[in-house]
Ligand binder design. Sequence first.
Ligand SMILES: [Mg+2]
Length: 261
Amino acid sequence: MTRRPLHHPGHHPGQRPLQALTFDLDDTLWDNQGVMALTEDGHYAWLDESLAAWLAERGEHALGRFAERQPIEAYQRRRRELAERHPLRRGDFTWIREQALCALLEEFGLPRSAAWMWALAAMEHFHHLRLRVSPYPEVEPMLEDLRSRYRLASITNGNLAFHRLELSRHFEVSIAAGEMHAPKPDPRCFLMTLAKLGTTPERAMHIGDSWQEDILPAVRLGMQAAWIAGDTPHGEAMPAGVHRLSHIRELPALLERLGRA
Ligand SMILES: [Mg+2]
């Protein structure tokens, strides 16, 4: 056993070893941009086509095409309005999308029950597309190894059905912060995660790509943080407890360095 020096960068004097790691998902464990764009366009196009076929089967031709009368921009505008009108639910993207779709479908001319049926079907397709994320190749073996030494949790503001992904089996706790109406940077989603893991902020590290939503709130709570900064230009020195990485694959080496400190 080596004796821990009193002062080491990123390691506060008397600090006990890390017990838990909490991970952001989108743009931390995988690149999310392409999937999100395909999902956004894909589920709306699916709705337009499936609804047109369903109406044609019923000999209903008076309504025209849904996406012509309600272009995707109208859907996006409706979502922004809903988020403004319901600030508490602004991060509950599934709820916002369902409400927006239902309203647009009713305005298009469907009775309320059919509008709900199609809104929910479109969201089922959304979740199907949203799960086509490709974790970076290093992520699976890294989590497999880390879970034997740390308690692992995920905290996302996104609305993907993470439990349907194979990768989710590595996490004891998975928090959808938007659905609990406390999206990051709200500290409550971090505190709930730590409570569920049975640990305290000073014995946990959060890993994420967003300075505002991941790193700041974690550090304010007294957690350590690994900032997946990509090629964001170097600014001034990192605050105490924040470790800058350019990619998630660098995390094991960081943990090893801290463990030796
Ligand atoms: Mg992220």
